[in-house]
Design a protein around this ligand. Structure first.
Ligand code: GDP
Ligand code: IMO
Ligand code: MG
Length: 440
């Protein structure tokens, strides 16, 4: 059994897309388990750049099958558009892409509700991606959500949409606004969109369990990151799903015993999009420099990402919550020009040093990061493929991270392309992969 889970260890955008595309070569199936088109997973192959939002990044390897699990919230128009872009680039989906019949659908009224909530004078402004993700998950847990399977029965689907639209109209009116949407128009357009997706719809849990039992290796792709997890992240400044390892089981309908290993992807520094506390944020020119050199602008919304230094307490927390077997460090090259590199090694709360992550958001916002400063290597690591070829100071930086987090680093990314990667030999990742990985 070799089913590997890849999770984001920070606030998302760690480079999961690149990592999943790269690792996918050793697997037969790749599956997404949560989130929706709030995700933006970039894969660079030569002169082509793909930003995958709902479809697992492994789809770009033509021999792989890809699964969108029950835990994902699906905007059918966004998914069809993504399929179209892939098809235009010669990547076919029929017979390769499967969508769960239990996945919940995102409707235009979810985006309308989100706009009202984000702009409300009294509520908390999260700085969401405006895709309707939160309200769609609210309907799911509120037991009024509409699932892909419901679109196979027109009469029932129309009734469900009508009752949801009525409910949303009332909710928005209570906030002093109005929702101008016609339920039957929405239902008609969604029935047509879903009809186009029907050939891809299956019971993905049954499919995955059968394939796993038959010995196929499945790569599980997380979206967002640990600190955006609705339970374990910096609540309420989080997304509305379980991005952490546990989410893979509920979001795909597979047992924890099916997962043989878990790797966490982290940048060599930290970024965050949207609002909420970020203890190691660099507010000065250093933050601006990271943003510029790392091209830190959202792949979905284009918003500038907030940038800062690596945060060890958060990485240790992430390693604990996800039970990480190995770390993958990305974007090392972004630090190449720095004179010195601060790393947050602990927090100070009311004069006391701690590695704990406070549950209360106001406390997390008040922690004082304690920094250890390491010398920069001031030399290019861009595209480096061998650990021995890294400057000694870059190796010292990575070694410091390994010791502080207590998890081995199995892979280092030194550029956006597949080939710009260092695979550390003899690490746990080697043992977790179903077939040896060759980096071309
Ligand atoms: P994801 O959401 O975790 O898949 O990450 P994103 O795709 O949103 O953001 C990561 C960005 O960094 C993308 O533009 C990648 O092409 C890019 N990237 C990934 N790894 C590296 C790396 O090692 N070095 C550099 N310079 N860019 C990288
Ligand atoms: P990937 O998979 C980074 C952030 C939003 C916002 C919060 C809630 O590419 O790493 P939402 O629209 O989900 O309700 O917004 O979560 N967010 C992400 N930040 N990467 C992502 O995905 C994100 N998906 C959501 O910016 O702060
Ligand atoms: Mg992203």
């Amino acid at each position: 059994m070799r089913n590997l889970l890849v999770v984001g260890a920070q606030w998302g955008d760690e480079g999961k897309g690149k990592v999943v595309d790269l690792l996918a070569e050793s697997f037969q199936i790749v599956a997404r388990y949560q989130g929706g088109h709030n995700a933006g997973h970039t894969v660079v192959i030569g002169s082509q750049t793909f930003v995958l939002q709902l479809i697992p990044s492994g789809i770009l390897r033509k021999e792989l099958k890809a699964v969108i699990g029950n835990g994902v919230v699906v905007d059918p128009a966004a998914l069809l558009q993504e399929i179209e872009v892939l098809e235009k680039n010669g990547i076919t989906t029929p017979g390769r892409l499967f969508i769960s019949n239990r996945a919940h659908l995102i409707f235009p009224y979810h985006q309308a509700i989100e706009r009202v909530m984000e702009n409300s004078a009294t509520g908390q402004k999260i700085g969401t991606t405006s895709r309707g993700i939160g309200p769609a998950y609210e309907d799911k847990t509120g037991r009024r959500g509409i699932r892909v399977a419901d679109s196979f029965d027109e009469k029932q689907f129309r009734e469900l949409v009508a009752s949801n639209v009525e409910e949303k109209k009332a909710a928005i009116a209570a906030k002093g606004g109005s929702l101008q949407m016609d339920a039957q128009e929405i239902a008609s357009s969604y029935l047509e969109l879903c009809r186009r997706l029907h050939p891809l719809v299956i019971d993905t849990s049954k499919y995955l369990n059968n394939e796993m039992s038959a010995g196929k290796a499945v790569l599980l792709e997380g979206a967002q990151g640990t600190l955006l997890d609705v339970d374990h992240g910096t609540y309420p400044f989080v997304t509305s799903s379980n991005a952490t390892a546990g989410g893979a089981c509920t979001g795909l309908g597979i047992a924890p015993t099916r997962i043989s290993g878990i790797v966490g992807v982290a940048k060599a520094y930290t970024t965050r999009v949207g609002n909420g506390p970020f203890p190691s944020e660099a507010h000065d020119v250093a933050g601006e420099a990271l943003r510029k050199r790392g091209h830190e602008f959202g792949s979905v919304t284009g918003r500038p990402r907030r940038c800062g230094w690596l945060d060890i307490p958060l990485l240790r927390y992430s390693a604990m919550i996800n039970g990480l077997d190995a770390l993958i460090i990305t974007k090392l090259d972004v630090l190449d020009e720095l004179e010195e590199i601060p790393i947050c090694t602990s927090y100070e709360i009311a004069g006391k040093s701690t590695l704990e992550i406070p549950a209360r958001i106001d406390e997390l916002a008040r922690v004082q990061p304690v920094y250890h400063t390491m010398p920069g290597w001031k030399q290019s690591t861009f595209g480096c493929k061998r650990y021995e070829d890294l400057p000694a100071k870059a190796r010292a930086y990575l070694e410091f991270i390994r010791k502080q987090v207590g998890i081995e680093i199995s892979m280092i990314s030194t550029g956006p392309e597949r080939s710009q990667t260092i695979l550390m030999p003899g690490t746990r990742l080697d043992k977790l992969l179903p077939a040896p990985l060759v980096i071309h």
